[in-house]
Design a protein around this ligand. Structure first.
Ligand code: MFK
Length: 623
């Protein structure tokens, strides 16, 4: 028979992949829930997580994402009205962005972290939902992260007994201002809720904040301007210029400024708007221009000039970095959850494609992509890293939950001692953020590549498959909230700082109590002892120079421990094979060889790792 020429409407057409419910299919997420939520909570919360993951498959959600990516934010009239007068609130965001913000607030993406009933488990439950949400959110998770950070800082501030810097008559008002702000920041009502900004970065630098040129002056209360809750504006007037101000559409902001020429920084909280006789004004904020970025394009990141922005001092004057670090520790956890959520989704897209991508040149059943050993091996490699990182992320979420609720029951691997919990959160947050960001970028790239040319396309007509957009967005994860070098340096500073010995002791105790024993566990402890040697005071300069190496080794040590503990928790054979492969293939643990000489056996394990979640899909009749 003569060959038949294709036309634009006839010939071979690839069937469109159907991306399944991520909560059901994602084995890493399920193991994390298994390890860090009680069985009772899992059973109670799983129906809602499945419902949410189904909601995230709807055309409506993806039409909001497509719209947010298409109708980018802009500053109307460059900030001026038709006759040249300044426009006080010129930022325009898309309908898609607004709908996604509203959906995130309704679903309690931030509020879930403070759900009283869940106590110490609240952060793990929040993480599961945020993980699903991030890749379908057009990065409204960025303002959510800062909103959560602002809640943490305000809650901490309200607990503080000794509050210098305020007169006695200002204190009750300050309390009311913060309590009213918290009501909005924790709200699930989109018409009432506030998100928050976190403005640190200036032209002089983003990581080294010592060069800050924003100045706060104490001017006292006064005037008839009130914030959105009807309270007077704060007694500090803030002037300066912020160079990367994410979420310019937020209801409030936490920022750094200098109050004197000592060089020390102070932290302030301010509403972004005030009202006089019901008329809205920006609180001393002028948007100069929006940033033109590689990704996160739907997110309005601005250069802003501050002139007489009225705010409230948070914490002690001159101790602003320590205060804003409370925000950073939460936003860095969001960063990790988002990194894993995006990669989890990218893997879901790659698997869905692999299940149906046909090669006309081959005969069934070996004519679909998922039967190619090399393809599956690559997918298994990314899946393994993602599994390790997802457990690590869930562990730090569980630690933060335990830190929020000292003494409350929490997951088995979480220490009971609040000081040990605090030490682990401090050291592991920068380790988690930096390692998950790098792995997410590399992993999403691999998934994008697995789709061939279609992966490189923007696919705006099928935004649920848009891995090119996920890849662009993923790249910021290693940059904002501290670059990899900055966070690695922070990790080493913790090991060598005042609390260094206690940190090493906390990690040591945790590793020894969590590792189940056996050659892999021994190998993890050997790697850990190498790190402790670099924590010796005389090796500080070397440790700073080798900070990335230390940070990524720590990430592997913690992840390996979690994988081994996960396998031991229920004797799951595949979980054990995954943990063993992780340890035996990582350069951090050179003492054990990969015991996979039989290549066919190895390929079988690749397929089991890459497609583990299919069993769950089949069990639920979804495949
Ligand atoms: C979807 C996910 C969304 C995520 C949200 C994205 C929003 C994007 C907006 C941004 O990107 S905002 C800008 C982000 N900028 C950074 O992350 C800054 C990066 N630089 C650092 O992290 C520096 O380490 C830091 C400015 C925090 C401190 O550097 P310094 O000035 O050299 O101070 P130093 O000596 O390291 O720390 C000063 C004090 O703060 C020390 O305490 P002591 O004075 O008591 O010794 C530190 O222990 C403490 N500290 C620093 N980092 C801390 C911390 N304490 C607790 N936790 C931390 N993380």
């Amino acid at each position: 028979m003569a060959p038949v020429a294709a036309t634009s409407t006839t010939g071979f057409f690839q069937v469109q992949p159907d991306i399944p419910n991520q909560f059901i299919e994602d084995a890493a997420l399920n193991r994390a829930a298994h390890l860090f939520l009680s069985q009772e909570l899992r059973e109670q919360r799983s129906p809602d997580l499945i419902r949410f993951a189904d909601f995230l498959r709807t055309p409506e959600v993806w039409s909001w994402v497509a719209n947010a990516e298409h109708d980018l934010p802009y500053v109307s009239g460059n900030g001026f009205r038709a006759f040249g007068t300044p426009n006080p609130d010129p930022l325009v965001t898309s309908n898609g962005w607004k709908q996604l913000q509203a959906a995130g607030i309704r679903e309690g993406i931030v509020a879930n972290g403070y759900e009283h009933e869940l106590q110490a488990y609240a952060r793990v439950h929040q993480m599961l939902k945020l993980y699903l949400w991030n890749p379908a959110s057009a990065t409204v998770t960025c303002p959510s992260a800062m909103q959560d950070g602002a809640i943490s800082v305000l809650l901490r501030e309200l607990l503080r007994k000794d509050v210098p810097g305020y007169t006695a008559d200002q204190l009750p008002l300050r309390k009311k201002v913060f309590e009213s702000a918290l009501m909005r920041l924790m709200s699930r009502d989109p018409s009432y809720a506030w998100t928050s900004g976190q403005w640190m970065t200036e032209r002089a630098g983003g990581s080294d904040v010592a060069g800050t040129q924003t100045v706060a002056t104490h001017v006292g209360l006064g005037g008839n301007e009130v914030d959105g809750n009807g309270h007077p504006l704060g007694p500090w007037s803030i002037d300066g210029f912020k160079w990367f101000s994410s979420a310019t559409d937020s209801g409030c902001v936490v920022l750094l400024a200098k109050t004197d020429d000592s060089g020390r920084l102070s932290c302030f909280w301010a509403p972004t708007r005030y009202y006089v006789n019901g008329v809205e004004h920006m609180n001393g904020i002028r948007i100069q221009r929006l940033k033109n970025k590689l990704g996160t394009k739907s997110l309005p990141t601005a250069e802003v000039e501050l002139k007489n922005m009225r705010g409230w001092l948070i914490g002690e004057e001159g101790r602003g970095v320590v205060q804003i670090a409370t925000v950073l520790n939460i936003t860095r956890l969001y960063n990790a959850v988002s990194a894993m959520g995006s990669l989890g989704r990218a893997l879901g897209v790659a698997r869905a494609f692999a299940r149906i991508r046909e090669f006309p040149s081959r005969k069934p059943p070996n004519n679909v992509l998922r039967t190619l050993p090399l393809f599956v091996k690559t997918l298994a490699g990314v899946t393994l890293t993602h599994r390790a990182d997802t457990l690590f992320t869930a562990f730090v979420s569980a630690l933060v939950g335990a830190g929020d609720h000292p003494g409350a029951p929490s997951a088995p691997l979480v220490p009971n001692n609040p000081a040990q919990v605090a030490a682990l959160i401090r050291i592991l947050t920068p380790v988690l953020k930096s390692s998950t960001a790098k792995h997410s970028i590399a992993g999403v790239q691999e998934c994008m590549e697995s789709l061939g040319g279609v992966g490189y396309m923007e696919n705006v007509e099928n935004p649920e498959m848009n891995l090119a957009c996920q890849f662009r967005n993923a790249n910021v994860l290693a940059i904002w909230e501290g670059t990899t070098d900055v966070l690695s340096t922070d990790t080493v500073k913790v090991l060598h700082g005042r609390g260094g010995k206690a940190t090493v002791a906390a990690l040591d105790a945790w590793l020894r109590s969590s590792l189940p024993g056996g050659p892999e566990s021994e190998e993890v402890l050997t790697a850990w002892s190498r790190i402790t040697q670099l924590a010796q005071p005389q090796r500080k300069a070397e440790a700073i120079a080798r900070a990335r190496q230390i940070t990524f080794a720590l990430a592997d040590i913690v992840a390996a421990t979690l994988l081994l503990a996960d396998a031991a928790s229920d004797g799951n054979a595949l979980a054990l094979a995954i943990a063993q492969r992780f340890v035996r293939r990582s350069a951090t643990f050179p003492g054990l060889q990969a015991d996979e000489d039989d290549w066919e056996k190895e390929c079988k394990l690749d397929a089991a790792i890459a497609f583990e979640g299919e069993a769950n899909l089949k069990a639920k009749g979804k495949l």
